[in-house]
Write a protein that binds this ligand. Structure first.
Ligand code: GLU
Ligand code: ZN
Length: 285
């Protein structure tokens, strides 16, 4: 089987050194194995995606010495595929509509009994389940996965994935997830935001499959999101690729780089006369 990796940036700001690390790693891993490196533009958040950021992504990657086949997959072209998966999960009774806002969720989770700390999952507070049995119509709000029910349809077995890199606590090798863990630390995640009609989690799983991706290199900050992705792959009958989570690139004060951290933008290094090899050196590749 050929190795297929990808880099999947969102065109919502400049690429910085952390993105350079992800992209070069994905590219190098594919080339070293005689495999394919693919690019995907993750633009489901149309309120933040901008054409000029997308253009700059292409420029930055080409400058770094990366090439990729055309056409580039774009999430905004894939809404029908996301909708079809949501319809299928809905008709299996695994989704419910949720009308809660952040404040409702915070209020419902603020410990009524002393000592009970609210639990945070990959997407923030674990949803307390307020709307699970409310019977809201499908278009009433966000669509959440009923995690307990979903795991029941999978026979309440353990799920797993292979970590070729490292999670935030040095997790590596075969990572096993028990149903209790998934219910307690992930819970009823949103699969379709009301304003988007999909979510990062659903789209990334469907797209990695549609592109035939066999190894997903990405930052260790997404390690726990992988738990959600593995559940979705099992529910949708899709293969689970290998994952390679990598260390995060930090600034001099140890803080991880964010999109708005324009000081570390690749474009700025380029303008200041840095070479692609110097970028590789700075990020330790
Ligand atoms: N689009 C995501 C980002 O810009 C990457 C998601 C992924 O690699 O799975 O952070
Ligand atoms: Zn709700």
């Amino acid at each position: 089987m050929t190795l297929t990796t990808r880099f999947a940036p969102s065109p919502t700001g400049p690429l910085h050194l952390g993105h350079a690390y992800s992209a070069l790693l994905a590219h190098d891993l594919a080339k070293a194995a005689g495999g394919d490196f693919l690019l995907r533009i993750e633009d489901i958040d149309q309120s933040r995606a901008r054409a000029h950021w997308e253009a700059q992504i292409y420029e930055d990657l080409a400058w770094l010495g990366i090439d990729w086949p055309q056409p580039v997959m774009r999430q905004s072209d894939r809404m029908a595929a996301y909708q079809a998966a949501l319809d299928a999960l809905w008709s299996r009774g695994l989704l419910y509509a949720c009308t809660c806002n952040r404040r409702d969720i915070a209020a419902a989770t603020s410990a009524p009994q002393e000592g009970a700390e609210p639990v945070y999952g990959p997407d923030g507070l674990i949803y307390p389940g307020t709307c699970r049995t409310a019977g809201h119509p499908k278009d009433a709000g966000a669509l959440r996965l009923d995690m307990r029910k979903a795991l029941e349809t999978l026979g309440n077995t353990k799920l797993s994935f292979t970590e070729n890199g490292q999670g935030p606590n040095a997790e590596t090798g075969k990572i096993t997830l028990s149903p209790d863990e998934l219910i307690g630390t992930v819970g009823d995640v949103v699969l379709a935001r009301r304003d988007m009609g999909t979510s990062y989690h659903l789209s990334v799983v469907l797209d990695d499959d549609a592109q035939g991706v066999t190894l997903v290199p990405r930052g260790a900050d997404l390690f726990e999101a992988t738990y959600i992705h593995v559940v979705l792959q099992a529910l949708l009958g899709l293969p689970t690729p290998l994952y390679h989570h990598h260390r995060l690139i930090r600034d001099d004060s140890g803080k991880r780089l964010a999109k708005r951290d324009d000081a570390r933008a690749i474009a700025l290094y380029r303008e200041n006369g840095a070479t692609p090899d110097e970028i590789r050196e700075i990020i330790g590749l």
